[in-house]
Structure formats: C-alpha cells, structure tokens
Design a protein around this ligand. Structure first.
Ligand SMILES: [Fe+2]
Length: 302
C-alpha cells in the first residue's frame, strides 16, 4: 500500500523526534510504526512498511549499518529509506548513499519538507511495486510457455522416434527380425554409447534415433536373397552387402543431424574395427564419432 493507510516505519533513539514525525504523519492517514534502535527497526521492517525513516545517530547499530541491512534484506531491499541527520556534511550524506539510502531529511525535521518527501517517495514505491509485479508476471508467463514448449517438443520427439521405428520396421518386415528387435537394438546402442560419451546427451539422442535405421537398405534386397533359408552363395552375398550402400543412399543429403548420422551408420555398420572402410569424414576425430563407434557397437549386438 502506498497511499493513505500505508505503513511508515520511523527508527530513531530520539523520543522527541519520533513523536514529532508521528504527529505529522498520523493526521495524513498513514500507519506509523516506531523503533528506538536498529534491532527493533529490523524486526518491525518485516511488517512490510512502504517507507522507512532512519536516524543516522542511534545506539548499538547506527543508521548506516541499519540501512545496509535493510538494503540487503530480502523483504526490504526495494523499500525507500530516508536518512534523518543533523549533519549537512557531504561526507555523511555520501556514506548514507553508499549504504543504499534513497533520500535525506535534515534534523530538526521540517513539517512541509517531511510531507513532500513522504508523498514523492511513496509514489516511487508504487511505481517500483508495479514494475516488480509486471516483472514477476512476465517471468511466470515465460516459465509457463517454456514448459509448454518443452512438452510440445517432447511430444514431437516421441512421435518422430515412433515414426522412425515404424519405417525401419517396414524395411525389416521381410526379414526374420521382429519389430521389437529395432527398438531393443536402439536402446542397447544408446546404453553402450553412454559408456563412451556419458555426458554428450546430443550424441546419445542422435544414436537413439539414428541406430534403428541401420538396415533400412534391406528394403532393396530381393526376397529370394533376404529370406533364403540356407547359406548364401558368393553372388547372393554381394547382393546382400549392398543393403549398406542402399541404406546410405536412402538417407543421404539430409540437413537433419540424426539422419546424417543414420547415413554413416547404414553405410558402415558391417565394417570391422580396423577403420579401413570408415568414411573419410569420420576419421581422425578425437570424439567417439559414429563412423568409428558404430562398427564396434554393431559387432557387439546379439
Ligand atoms: Fe545390416
């Protein structure tokens, strides 16, 4: 509250000055709280006054120490504080300003000056309260919308991963593997990759999303080869091996990070741990790049 009815705290060990200020403010409709030392002032400041007057001269804790505590306290840091001082010395006023004082009144207090100072500082307090309320509302709205966006993104991710599983399952539909194999394998891959790069969440998510597409090229392998019950002859092996190249062809030229990774995985997932056939772009990286990691991952799969 910053109009009539607003609470104003006055801290002064001088009883005469306390009563004088009280006598001016009460008829104007303000609530007045009195404190006779710094400790009492700090205690009464928790009652959320709209304005605080502090005498520069008080026993135990002086006015400057009190202002410092008021301006660093959570509930009072934005409350205007006026220093009442008999001194007109610049140094005294400078010290008060350094501690966070907002204004000065020279003792003995002059009635008209006190009224004018109260009026103007309560307007400042009202403005500050309004700004703080708006800021709080903006922060609340930003938090709400951020959470809403995060939920939407999570839904999109879930839907995208589900789509990848289903398309990859379509590619393996002709094969002997089951749909569950695709999901199981992508989670195995991510679990193993987490041992290699435990803090690289982006890499791990890319592995989760890209790994199901490793055999997507099988969609181009004839059934007579893919579903042949016995051993494949040399020609049939050549055809079967082409599923890596066909998979990379399906996934190539994408701007999407996990599909680019999927292209590398599709091309290299049957390579051995010699790096001989690893794509040039993946060589020489210190990070466990997918082209290096993947042959090892896939050779570990049951
Ligand atoms: Fe394969």
């Amino acid at each position: 509250m910053t109009g009539p009815g607003a609470k104003i705290l006055i801290a002064d060990s001088d009883e005469v000055n306390l009563r004088l200020v009280e006598a001016v403010l009460l008829p104007l409709g303000y609530q007045v709280a009195l404190a006779r030392d710094g400790d009492e002032a700090l205690s009464r400041a928790q009652e959320n006054p709209s304005l605080i007057f502090v005498s520069s001269q008080m026993p135990k804790m002086d006015g400057f120490g009190l202002i410092n505590q008021l301006k660093t306290g959570q509930t009072t840091k934005h409350t205007p504080v006026v220093v009442m001082t008999p001194s007109t010395e610049v140094e005294v006023r400078l010290t008060a300003l350094q501690q966070g004082a907002d204004d000065f009144l020279t003792k003995p207090i002059e009635k008209v000056e006190l009224q004018a100072r109260v009026h103007s500082l309560l307007r400042v307090k009202a403005y500050n309260d309004h700004v703080e309320t708006c800021q709080h509302e903006v922060e609340t709205e930003v938090t709400r919308r951020t959470e809403s966006l995060k939920q939407s993104l999570d839904k999109i991710k879930t839907a995208s991963l589900d789509t990848i599983y289903r398309l990859s399952r379509a590619a393996e539909f002709k094969d002997t593997d089951t749909g569950a194999h695709i999901e199981r394998m992508s989670h195995y891959s991510t679990a193993i990759a987490r041992k290699v790069a435990p803090n690289d969440e982006r890499f791990l998510e890319n592995i989760l999303w890209a790994s199901p597409m490793h055999d997507i090229g099988k969609i181009g392998i004839p059934d007579r080869v893919l579903q042949k019950p016995g051993k494949l002859d040399a020609d049939e092996w050549e055809i079967m091996r082409r599923h890596t190249v066909m998979g990379a062809e399906i996934l190539k030229d994408s701007d999407v990070e996990f599909i680019k990774l999927g292209e590398v995985i599709a091309l290299s997932h049957h390579e051995k741990w010699t790096a001989a056939a690893i794509p040039r772009a993946s060589r020489g990286r210190t990070h466990p790049c997918p082209g290096v990691l993947w042959p090892w991952l896939m050779s570990s799969m049951p």
